[in-house]
Structure formats: C-alpha cells, structure tokens
Design a protein around this ligand. Structure first.
Ligand code: ADP
Ligand code: MG
Length: 365
C-alpha cells in the first residue's frame, strides 16, 4: 500500500496548450493518504478518468510528478506501479472460465496454487459468483462480466492502490448497493488506498471517508461528507451535493450583514467589505418558512412530499429557492417569508467560499 503524491500535476490532451482552458486537468497538488478510501466525484467530462489514468500510468501527464511513498513513478509503466484498476466496462478474457479470470492476476505474479484456490473462492463469494466458477466468460451478461472485472481488481492483496472508474455503471441497481458494501468491507479488511470515481453523490458519500470533488478540470474541495455539506468551498460543491442542493443568492455583504434584494439578512459571522461577485449560499435544510414580518418575501409554487421530509419549491424575486420542511410541518398557502438560520449561511466571492474574519485557524485545518 502506498501514499500517493501528486506534485504540480497537470494534463492537456493538446500538444501545445495555449491557455488554462486547454487543460483537461488543471494544476494539482495533493497527497492521497495511505490506506484511506476516497471518492472522486464530479459531473461527466470534469477530468476524473484523466486523473485516475495518470495515477495508474495509462496516461503520461504533460506536467508534474507522481510519487508512491515518496518515490517518483512518473515514468514507470503501469505494471511496475502495482495498481489494480477497474473500468466502467468489463475487461475479461472471454475464452477463460470465471475461475481462471479471477486467478489470472495471482498466477501472473507466481502465487502458489493452494493460495490461488482459496483466494479465488473468497472473491467469488464476495461478488456472488461461486456457482459460476467453471463457466466460460463468453456468453455471460455484461453485468456478470463486470462482476468478474471487479473481482479481478480485488483479488490481489499486495497492491499499492485500488482504482475504480465508475465500476457499477452496467450493474443492476439492486446489486449496486451489495457490491458497494463489499468494496467497503474489503477496505476495512485490507486497508488499501482506494480511489473510487463516480458522478453519483450518494455513491460517493456512502463509500468514502473523504470525497474529492472535481469541477471543470480542477479539484475544488476535499473533505468529509459533513464538511462538504456544512462548508462547501465552492458554489459548485454546494449545488452538486445535497438534494436539492444549496441555494445561491446574489448579495451585498458588509460585516455581519448581507443585503438581498434590498432586505437585510443577518450572517453568523463577520466578513469585512467584499467586492467582486458576492453571493450567499444557504442549504434548504437551514431555511424556515413564515408569515413575516421578518424574512425575505417568497411565493410558494409547489410542495413535494418525499417521505422523510417535504421539499418546498418557492419563488423569490424571480429565482427559485428550495426549502426543506419537516414531515409533520403544515405548509400554509399564506406563508410568504423565508428566514435563514445564520449558522447555515456561507459567503462566496467569485464562487469561492470566504472565511469569516478571525477564522484563519478553521481554514488552515
Ligand atoms: P470524466 O472521467 O470526469 O468524465 P475525462 O477525464 O474522461 O472526464 O475527460 C476530461 C476532458 O478531457 C473532457 O473534456 C474530455 O472530452 C477530454 N478527453 C478525455 N480523453 C481524451 C482524449 N483521449 N483525447 C482528447 N480529449 C480527451
Ligand atoms: Mg470518466
């Protein structure tokens, strides 16, 4: 297992990139701690696979270095990096049996027969394919083949890291949960450094200790699910994570007060005077509906009962605002104000979160 360091890393698929826009992966410095389970989360095209393929060595970065436990592997081929990678679509040997597919990475490394037999059985149990070990891979469903790919990725215990690139895309929905649970238990058992790529926030938040959020070729935040919820570092994180995501509203901010559409809104902390594009972010969970006089004027458009709570879709001066109310709350049609919990408000300047005055410690942590 290894700590993986990305040092000044960047990548462009163009031979002569002219501006930052030409980079699929913008400059990045980051340590992936040894033994930690990470999710790499972002929408399609934001650079997740590019980053993963650079770590595994399938792709050579146009700039910067990759280190495993402090050793430079930037120019080392994939095989030397000792990494298991599972892709979105199955990669199996059609003419081999399920058993031989699973055994392949072990035999390739010269593992002895009794170990191979035991380990293959163990993995077959994890992916629910014990009954199929003697079947040829040819003719199996895409779903079954992808389970073999996953099994092959997990079979070796001595890898530096396990990389999964949206591995459950072709898997049946009810099996997804099961396999994700297996991956988690595998992590607890062996403590591999794991990076799990997904565009699905639920998958990311349930799988990982730490979530790395990417947006437009850039890592915008690395944090625990709780940190991403409470203090989104970028408006994209606030918007992308949560359902519905954070409300982002244009504002003027002076000290501990924001002014939104002419109404003063108290903030939980002081911010000095901010220039540039200033916005506040407040999650639907931190908004309360009322009948005034305090609060910002809204008009309720729709109430969605989603079981554990209600989502209220309202309109505020021409933009949509979402509020989460408790299951038992009665939402009256005459409710025409929203009040924000000051502790749930974050302030953004040009889309990046601004730390409150006097909170240098919080930001350094
Ligand atoms: P993700 O995995 O997050 O969906 P990718 O890393 O595959 O994103 O892609 C990031 C960006 O790089 C996209 O704009 C994509 O079109 C571009 N890209 C990916 N692979 C190649 C390639 N082989 N050649 C040129 N551009 C590529
Ligand atoms: Mg991808």
């Amino acid at each position: 297992m290894a700590k993986i360091t990305l040092d000044n890393l960047a990548h462009s698929y163009l031979k002569t990139p002219k501006s930052e826009d030409d980079f699929a992966l913008k400059e990045l410095n980051h340590d992936w701690a040894d033994g930690e389970a990470y999710a790499l989360l972002g929408s399609s095209g934001c650079g997740k696979s590019t980053l993963l393929n650079i770590i595994s060595g399938l792709l050579h970065p146009s700039q910067g270095r990759i280190l495993f436990n402090g050793q430079d592997v930037t120019n080392a081929p994939t095989a030397q990096r000792n990494i298991a990678q599972v892709f979105q679509f199955p990669v199996v040997y059609d003419t081999m049996t399920v058993h031989d597919n699973l055994a392949f990475p072990l035999r390739n490394r010269g593992a002895d027969a009794s170990y191979v037999a035991a380990r293959v059985n163990q993995i077959a149990r994890m992916i629910g394919m014990e009954e199929m070990l003697n079947r040829k891979a040819r003719g199996l469903t895409a779903d079954a083949k992808q389970k073999i790919s996953l099994g092959r990725g997990m079979v070796r215990e001595d890898v530096n890291a396990l990389l999964f690139d949206e591995p459950l895309t072709v898997i049946d929905p009810h099996m997804k949960w099961e396999l994700r649970t297996q991956l988690k238990s595998l992590h607890h058992e062996f403590g591999h450094t794991m990076i799990y790529v997904t565009h699905d926030q639920t998958e990311a938040l349930t799988f990982a200790d730490k979530v790395v959020v990417m947006y437009d070729g850039r890592v915008v935040q690395i944090g625990t699910p709780q940190e991403l919820f409470e203090r989104p570092a970028h408006t994209f994180v606030g918007y992308f994570i949560g359902s519905p995501g954070m409300n982002v509203l244009d504002a003027q901010v002076t000290g501990a007060t924001a002014i939104i559409d002419g109404t003063e809104v108290p903030l939980g902390a002081g911010y000095g005077a901010l220039d540039g594009k200033v916005q506040i972010g407040v999650r639907p969970e931190f908004i309360r509906l009322g009948r005034g006089p305090e609060g910002l004027p809204v008009r309720i458009r729709r109430v969605e009962d989603v079981g554990r709570h209600k989502i209220v879709r309202a309109e505020m001066n021409g933009h949509e605002i979402n509020v989460i109310a408790a299951e038992g709350d009665v939402i009256g049609a005459d409710m025409n104000r929203v009040v924000f919990d000051p502790a749930g408000i974050n302030v953004y300047r040009n889309d990046w979160r601004v730390a409150p005055v006097g909170s240098a410690k919080e930001e350094a942590a």
